[in-house]
Design a protein around this ligand. Sequence first.
Ligand code: UD1
Length: 422
Amino acid sequence: MDEIIVEGGTPLRGEVVIGGAKNAVLPMMAACLLVPGPVRIRNVPRLRDVATFLDLLHALGVRGGYENHSLVLDASRVASCEAPYAHVKKMRASIYVLGPLLARLGQARVSMPGGCAWGPRPVNLHQDAMQALGAQLALEHGYIVARADRLRGAKIVFDVCSVGATGNAMMAAALAEGTTEIENAAAEPEIAALAEFLNGLGARIRGAGGKTITIEGVTALQQAEPFVNIPDRIEAGTFLVAGAITGGDVVARGVRPDHLAMVLSRLERMGCELTTGADSVRVRVGKGGLQGTAIVTEPYPGFPTDLQAQFMALLCLARGTGVITETIYPDRFTHVPELRRLGAEITLSGNVATVTGVERLQGASVMSTDIRASSALILGGLAAAGWTRVSRVYHIDRGYERIEEKLQGLGARIRRVREGET
Ligand code: UD1
């Protein structure tokens, strides 16, 4: 397995161009199943998760794939209604095909995802939403088996705010008979982007990006214009932390600063100086240095759980104490023991991590456990004295395109060691 080796201590300087949002494009790929014709999505990152989702779509009979940083997909023919365990276990977002398959074919067989490294990660809300739309659901040999002659619009009230379940419900309801109202919908930019994408196909969706979404079902969808995907706010946040943690001066370009409001406010509270342009954010650490702060992960517009690990790395080098409360995934702390290997002082109590800033981190061998934990370890390594070797970096390739090359472009001493090389 590949490893990433970082020699810390170089302040990063320069500009980095942020790619398209992974978590926006995955549901859009699933939504292609609703369309009996070609669909083009631009600004798509070249990532392992997108490739994994493409494999699943191909298994379902969809044709097409990448053209540079676009995806061209054609679901004129959908040959199968089954998302097999082999795919779902690789990537939980595979559950996104449940709604579209049901709406297009009247049936779906989707393997139940298992837990993940940081908790149980249930899919009950996805199931509830399909049932509300009139589907019959059963659990057969580890598969969710769903059937419906024609989905019917309904009121769906989520008791927990879920990005995935909101997206799934929106896609299924787009072709349902009548009107659907989703209450307590996820308001993430990725959901607003999915609605915009679906509306570009002829769907009638209002209110996405807010807590109530209304969908008037239509009978068919077709693309008129290619869709341009939104920028990845998590990649943007990660590079801003890279600038701050190394005491550098980094401009993240091609971003949507409005999608980063809470993240930018926390950077400022920690002592960073930010300059925000129409599509860029520049970060430098102010004269007073970095200071600890409190961060609570919450659904959007709150602080994203997907930047929790990276901000923990930053808090490790801030003056005073930082407190992180993880409310989305209470066990999402597998990076803590690894950051401790770099010399961090972190104590955990339930879903609260208390970080006492240290003068410096020291390079060490560490192991990445998921996409965002991996980037936190690279960030720690960029600031640590000496060498850090991050193993199991296949996690990072799921969510960051050429991260080591982008960091090299900012002056980082970082390289990938391919399996078999030394
Ligand atoms: C998406 C993102 C992931 C991010 C997460 C939270 C994608 C592909 N992944 O995941 O990177 O960390 O949003 O912002 O977009 N829940 C239930 N029942 C369900 C579904 C979810 O109880 O059926 C709970 C979860 O356990 C969690 C909360 O709802 O506590 C939010 O999860 P959700 O928004 O669904 O996350 P995903 O869509 O899986």
